[in-house]
Write a protein of this length. Structure first.
Length: 266
């Protein structure tokens, strides 16, 4: 139960930060709760825990989600601005879903590479460094609060979000970085990243993890509950801090600490 609570907490905290929650769960699981579980199963469990933070974002953005569902139902009657918004969400989700599935299959094919704990830590740190560089570049660019959400921008954003299927690449970090490169301001990009997590997480669990629903137990419930509670708290805190913190520095420091930890534990 303790392990389930901790892993759920890690998911809830890391999901919205520009660090990969999937990678954080893998790191915590392999370094502190080793059980011999195959790497592919750890990834599946990490995807399953995303349901907790999915519920958190639905609750937090309930009015927005409800409005989007209504607009989707009455799509033909919408003005162009709202159609562009919905098109952006749908295209991004499709592109990221297809790319994510391909990358996930590649990772599973070469999962023996991840058998070594140190190699996992270094690989995650490497991808965190890449995310930090992308975020740094976007933070230096001028942002436009009125950037139009075109289909081209949706495709590019989808490619960035889909790359998060690789352990170590943050979904929120890469998505925010991608939108930042497109000129979208950080506050708007962060909120879009929250909303975009809903369909991609739901679809990932339906198509890749449906068996988990038939194996639900108390530990699953504790993990999901923990992810939900800490997910709600983290959303609120991050929205308050978004203008005050440099995501690139945060991710860079985290990657450095991970590398140091790897050498200390090895």
């Amino acid at each position: 139960m303790f392990e389930s609570f901790i892993l759920g907490m890690v998911q809830g905290i890391a999901e919205w930060l520009p660090v990969s929650s999937e990678a954080m769960i893998i790191l915590v699981k392999t370094n502190f709760f080793p059980s011999g579980m195959p790497f592919s199963e750890i990834i599946s469990y990490a995807i399953f825990l995303h349901l907790g933070t999915l519920l958190a974002v639905i609750v937090y953005y309930w009015k927005t989600v409800r409005s989007l569902v209504k607009e989707l139902w009455n799509y033909k009657k919408l003005e162009n601005l709202r159609k562009n918004y919905l098109n952006f969400l749908m295209i991004t989700t499709i592109i990221s879903g297809v790319l994510g599935l391909v990358l996930l299959k590649i990772v599973e094919k070469y999962e023996t590479f991840f058998d070594n704990k140190s190699s996992i830590n270094i690989l995650v740190a490497l991808f965190l460094c890449i995310t930090a560089v992308l975020l740094y570049v976007t933070e230096k660019r001028k942002k436009n609060t009125k950037v139009t959400l075109t289909k081209k921008r949706a495709i590019i954003t989808g490619l960035f979000q889909g790359s998060a299927a690789i352990p170590g690449i943050s979904r929120s970090g890469s998505t925010v970085a991608g939108m930042g490169l497109l000129g979208i301001d950080k506050e708007r990009a962060l909120e879009l990243s929250f909303i975009l997590s809903i369909p991609i997480v739901l679809l990932a669990n339906i198509f890749l993890n449906y068996t988990e629903f038939f194996n639900m137990n108390l530990n699953h419930a504790i993990a999901l509950g923990s992810a939900f509670i800490f997910g709600i708290i983290t959303i609120e805190l991050l929205l308050r801090l978004v203008r005050r913190i440099r995501f690139s520095y945060f991710v860079g420091v985290f990657a450095l600490l991970l590398i140091i930890l790897t050498f200390v534990l090895s």
